[in-house]
Design a protein around this ligand. Sequence first.
Ligand code: HEM
Length: 220
Amino acid sequence: MFRFFRRPIPLVLFLALFTAIPVLTALIDVVQIPSGAYPAESAHLAVAPVSWLAHALAGIAFGITGPVQFVRALRNRFGTLHRVTGMVFVLSGVILGLSALSLLAQVTPQRTVLVDIARGLFGLALLVALTLAMAAIRNRDFLRHRAWVIRSYAVGMGLGAVSLVFYPIYIVTGQAPTGFASDILFVASWVLSIAIGEVVIRHLSRSPPSLANENRQRGQ
Ligand code: HEM
């Protein structure tokens, strides 16, 4: 299975599927927030329009640049592109984490406290993971850098896993899942995304020569 995802097209298609629903939601928000034409279920976010807009914009940039960072063929052939999209990824990730914490501080909770605590922890974890990814690259520790970038993406895009679990339920039942059980499912889906990230990191750490080759090709 891992060999399948080493090829650029399956990897990009998988990551695009993972990213698509949150990014599309964020794109719709970016159009609706300035005009005030958002749906009733999002109206509670209007108390924090700056954080909401910043969060949606950062989510789009994070969701698009994340998959680009993982395509080895692009990393090898277009090192400058990798560095530029990497900077956008880190900056948007920082804005995403900070705006998430700001939303949590300002907005009336719509779900149980379990989800708010989890979101707060995920927001903080994203900021820590990005900081450690940057620290690792400063020390030219490429293996640690790759591991923390994968962790950043897995934590930040946990919403992708939530969407892939919740949307089929919505399509089948015609209703968005609500209540405590759905909140547990929400957090569990997000944690699943982090767990998948850890599995990928373990798998890659068992095959370090490929990264060593990449570093050699980039003259590092
Ligand atoms: C660590 C990562 C993240 C955390 C902690 C987080 C946290 C939050 C919080 C607390 C809210 C307000 C929820 C509410 O009260 O309704 C929110 C809303 C939102 N988030 Fe995130 N988020 C994260 C990642 C993302 C990503 C990656 C995207 C997009 C690609 C995204 C897109 C959105 C959008 C579009 C909304 C507004 C939803 C609506 O219009 O009802 N978030 N997020």
